[in-house]
Structure formats: structure tokens, C-alpha cells
Write a protein that binds this ligand. Structure first.
Ligand SMILES: *[C@@H]1O[C@H](CO)[C@@H](O)[C@H](O)[C@H]1NC(C)=O
Ligand SMILES: *[C@@H]1O[C@H](CO)[C@@H](O)[C@H](O)[C@H]1NC(C)=O
Ligand SMILES: *[C@@H]1O[C@H](CO)[C@@H](O)[C@H](O)[C@H]1NC(C)=O
Ligand SMILES: *[C@@H]1O[C@H](CO)[C@@H](O)[C@H](O)[C@H]1NC(C)=O
Ligand SMILES: CC(=O)N[C@H]1CO[C@H](CO)[C@@H](O)[C@@H]1O
Length: 410
């Protein structure tokens, strides 16, 4: 939509050809009707009048992002302005031309108003260099078939739900790991009680006995490992955010979705009001023309009435845009605070999991080291195995006499 001609002051028409140099920060553009208007990219002012004619405009307070309902948030590098329309504030343009420029500069996608690329001052990221959630999910995302679209916020929520699921699956995985360890321990201690070769004797017998005993100790170590895995890894992974997490997400979801719905309904009102204004303006135009060519004997009164109705329609549109604006601003603010909250939650989740997986490797490492103490005695006894000594021992106990036979006397 273009600015309607009737909205442009005649002053603007006169200044169309103004060729005086522009003060610093100002650039001039041409509307589709060929009218010149001016934009100051620093102060974000827009005007139809040559900026050298403007008296210094008062400093406008920018929307401040001071408190978040979800707790402390990081300071944002640039002031979050609700939308491109904010920079129209404080200019001395007529109401209708404000709306016109608002429409000229912007682009509506799914009822959200975005600045036209290249038409308005560059937007700064709220948190530059951080790839923050609050900067990158303003658009809706089309699914691959292009049939339905998902709100950017929805994408963030899906990430949260997936993260929750991954955390649950990791706990399950650790549980399986624990089961292997427990079964292994059970098998080891069962085997250590096995009577096989219990009757081996001597130094070899001692080493063998120690080896069997070591299996039992080893089993203990694995049992300890499995129980530590349970309390120090599995349980924390399982219980992290188990109570209200999904409910909280739903709350965020409903809140943002409600604002979007409100925005859509206000957008519809704007569209209606815009159409009504166009109709009124056309009516006024027709009546004026009719009077001029004396097609009808419409009186001045009729024209006045039509003009009044047109002005009223303009006011209506203004009011609708303002309401739309307010809702979009609210949505914007909630998007920023909530997406930053989700960002914080994700950082916490990742750090929590990292911490507990580290605990896993520490425990695992400890279990590996156990062997020293368990196997060392076995090693020692094996070193002491001495066939000669064993023979001596055995012979001592089981000999059947060392007196050898001699020749028979006659
Ligand atoms: C434990 O022993 C059983 C057979 O008694 C075997 O099927 C299983 O795989 C063993 N488990 C481990 C972890 O060694
Ligand atoms: C002009 O007004 C007169 C009465 O004042 C009426 O009789 C006539 O029909 C009107 N003409 C038109 C074209 O409306
Ligand atoms: C847009 O909204 C802001 C407040 O949310 C308001 O001050 C401004 O005048 C609105 N602009 C229009 C064109 O209604
Ligand atoms: C050897 O002597 C020991 C101790 O007296 C005894 O327990 C063992 O049964 C004997 N072995 C044989 C093969 O007789
Ligand atoms: C898990 C475990 O029992 N590790 C042991 C490994 O062996 C050293 C001594 O060599 C013990 O101090 C550890 O407790």
C-alpha cells in the first residue's frame, strides 16, 4: 500500500524539488507517487519535510527492557524496539501520512510487520555475536511442503522438548550400562565360588586360590561402580527438571500463541479499517468530481459530510494501527524475554549433562584402576610359584618312604 495522496500535505509537494544539502544522518527517498521524504537513520525520524526545516525534535525515550517476569536477563546491547514503526514516533507528520509511511516501509508476514529490506534503518542484533535465541526466531518457518508454517517460537519449544527427551534417553542408556555392570559383578562373584581346582596344592595352589578370591573383590568393585553410576549419573539425569518443566513450556507456548492470535485479530481490524478508509476517500473523490463537473447538484454540505466521514475513517484506521502496534510490541517483548529464558534453560541443561557424563568417566577410570590392588597379590603369588618347593612340600607330606630296595643276600 502506498501513502494516499490526500494525506500528503501540500507543503510536501512544494518541497519536492528542494535541493538544499541534507543535514548529517539524513537521507532522502522517493515514494511510489514520486514524492520525496526523508529518513534519519540515527534518530530514526521520518518526515515529508526537508529536515533543515525541522525544529530540533525532543529526545524520545526508547523502550527499556528492564525487568523480565522470568528473572534476571542479560543486558541487551541495543535497545529492543518493538518494530520499525517506532521510529516514526515524534515526527511532525500528519496521522495519515504516519500510517502511509508505516505501510510503505513495512511488509506483513502472517500478521507480523517487518521492515522492508533496505527501506528502513539497519536493525542491530539485540545480542550481537551471541547467536542468541532472541535474535533469530522472528519469522515463521514453513514446513518442507510449504503447506503449514510453524512460529519461530515453536521451533525453540521443539528444541526444548527434544532436549528433554535426549536427557531421558541418556538416563536410560546409563541404566543399561549399570545392568551390564551388575550382571558382570554377579557372574564374577559366582565364578569365584566355583570349586574347580580347589585341591591344587603348594605355592601354585596358593596363587590359584588368590586368583579366585580376586574375582570376588573385582565383583565388589564393579558393584560399587554400578551403584555409584546409579546415584551419581543415572538418577541426576533422570530427575533433572522432571516436575514442572513441560507444564512451564506449555505456559510459555500458550502465552506467546495467545499474543499471536491477538495480533492476527488486530491485523484483521486494520485491514477492515483500511478498506473502509479507501471507500470513504473514493466516495469523497467521486462527490468532489461530481460537484466540479456539475453532474449532480450535491451541495457543499454533502461534501463536508463525506469529508468528515473520511476523516473519521482515517481516525479509525489510526486507532486500529495503534492497537495492532501495541499488541505487536507486547508480543515482541514477550518473545525476547521468553526466548532468552529458553536459551538459559538450554545452557543449564547442557552443562548439567556435561557435568554428569564427566562423573561417569571419572568413575569408570577408578574402576579400571582397581585392578592394581585386586590383581597385585595374584601376581605376587604367581611369582612365588616354585615347582621345586612344591615338589619338596608334596614329597614331605605324601612320601611313601625313602628307604630304597637293596640286593637280596644269599
Ligand atoms: C553372565 O553369565 C551369563 C551366563 O551365566 C551370561 O549369559 C551373561 O552374558 C554374563 N554376563 C556378563 C555381563 O558377563
Ligand atoms: C437537483 O435538485 C433539484 C431540486 O432542488 C431536483 O429536482 C433535481 O432532480 C436535482 N438534479 C439532479 C441531477 O440530482
Ligand atoms: C505504534 O505503537 C506505539 C506504541 O506501541 C505508538 O506509540 C505508536 O504511535 C504506534 N504507531 C502507530 C502508527 O500507530
Ligand atoms: C598328601 O598328603 C596330604 C596331607 O597329609 C593329604 O591331605 C593328601 O590327600 C595326600 N595326597 C595324596 C594323593 O594322597
Ligand atoms: C574403584 C576402586 O576400588 N579402585 C581402587 C583401585 O586400586 C587403588 C589402589 O591400587 C585403590 O586405592 C582404589 O580404591
Amino acid at each position: 500500500l502506498r501513502p494516499s495522496l490526500s494525506a500528503v500535505s501540500s507543503a510536501a509537494l512544494r518541497q519536492e524539488t528542494d535541493s538544499r544539502p541534507l543535514p548529517p544522518g539524513w537521507r532522502s527517498y522517493t515514494s511510489p507517487e514520486g514524492l520525496r521524504y526523508y529518513v534519519n537513520s540515527c534518530s530514526k525520524e521520518t518526515t515529508w519535510r526537508h529536515p533543515s526545516l525541522l525544529t530540533e525534535s525532543p529526545q524520545r525515550p526508547l523502550a527499556q527492557q528492564n525487568s523480565s517476569p522470568y528473572g534476571k536477563t542479560e543486558p541487551l546491547s541495543s535497545q529492543p524496539t518493538c518494530s520499525s514503526t517506532q521510529f516514526l514516533k515524534g515526527t511532525n507528520m500528519s496521522l495519515l501520512s504516519v500510517i502511509s509511511v508505516f505501510l510503505l516501509f513495512s511488509l506483513q508476514i502472517n500478521c507480523v510487520t517487518f521492515p522492508l529490506p533496505g527501506e528502513s534503518p539497519e536493525q542491530q542484533l539485540l545480542k550481537p555475536n551471541e547467536w542468541s535465541y532472541c535474535d533469530y526466531f522472528w519469522n515463521d518457518k514453513k514446513d518442507p511442503q510449504g503447506t503449514t508454517s510453524v512460529a519461530g517460537f515453536e521451533v525453540l519449544l521443539q528444541k526444548q522438548l527434544k532436549g528433554k527427551q535426549m536427557q531421558k534417553e541418556m538416563a536410560e542408556f546409563i541404566h543399561e550400562r549399570i545392568k551390564i555392570e551388575e550382571e558382570y559383578a554377579k557372574n564374577l562373584s559366582k565364578l569365584s565360588l566355583n570349586p574347580l581346582a580347589a585341591q591344587e596344592e603348594g605355592t601354585l595352589g596358593e596363587a590359584w586360590t588368590q586368583l579366585k578370591k580376586s574375582l570376588h573383590d573385582e565383583a565388589e568393585v564393579h558393584l560399587k561402580f554400578s551403584s555409584k553410576l546409579h546415584t551419581e549419573v543415572e538418577k541426576p539425569l533422570l530427575t533433572f527438571r522432571c516436575d514442572n518443566f513441560k507444564k512451564d513450556l506449555k505456559k510459555y507456548d500458550h502465552h506467546i500463541a495467545d499474543l499471536r492470535k491477538q495480533l492476527a485479530s488486530r491485523y484483521t481490524s486494520v485491514e477492515k479499517a483500511r478498506k473502509a478508509l479507501a471507500d470513504r476517500q473514493k466516495d469523497l473523490e467521486v462527490k468532489t468530481q461530481q460537484l466540479e463537473i456539475k453532474l449532480s447538484n450535491k451541495t457543499e454540505e454533502d461534501i463536508k459530510k463525506a469529508r468528515r466521514k473520511s476523516t473519521q475513517a482515517g481516525d479509525d484506521l489510526m486507532r486500529c494501527v495503534d492497537l495492532y502496534n501495541q499488541t505487536q510490541c507486547k508480543w515482541f517483548e514477550e518473545m525476547v524475554t521468553t526466548s532468552m529464558e529458553l536459551e538459559k534453560l538450554e545452557v543449564e541443561r547442557i552443562e548439567w549433562i556435561q557435568q554428569h557424563l564427566r562423573q561417569y568417566t571419572t568413575l569408570r577410570h577408578e574402576t579400571d584402576m582397581f585392578n592394581q590392588s585386586m590383581v597385585e597379590p595374584v601376581d605376587q603369588l604367581l611369582q612365588n610359584v616354585d615347582p621345586a618347593k612344591d615338589r619338596e612340600l608334596w614329597v614331605r607330606e605324601n612320601n611313601t618312604g625313602d628307604v630304597r630296595p637293596v640286593d637280596m643276600d644269599i
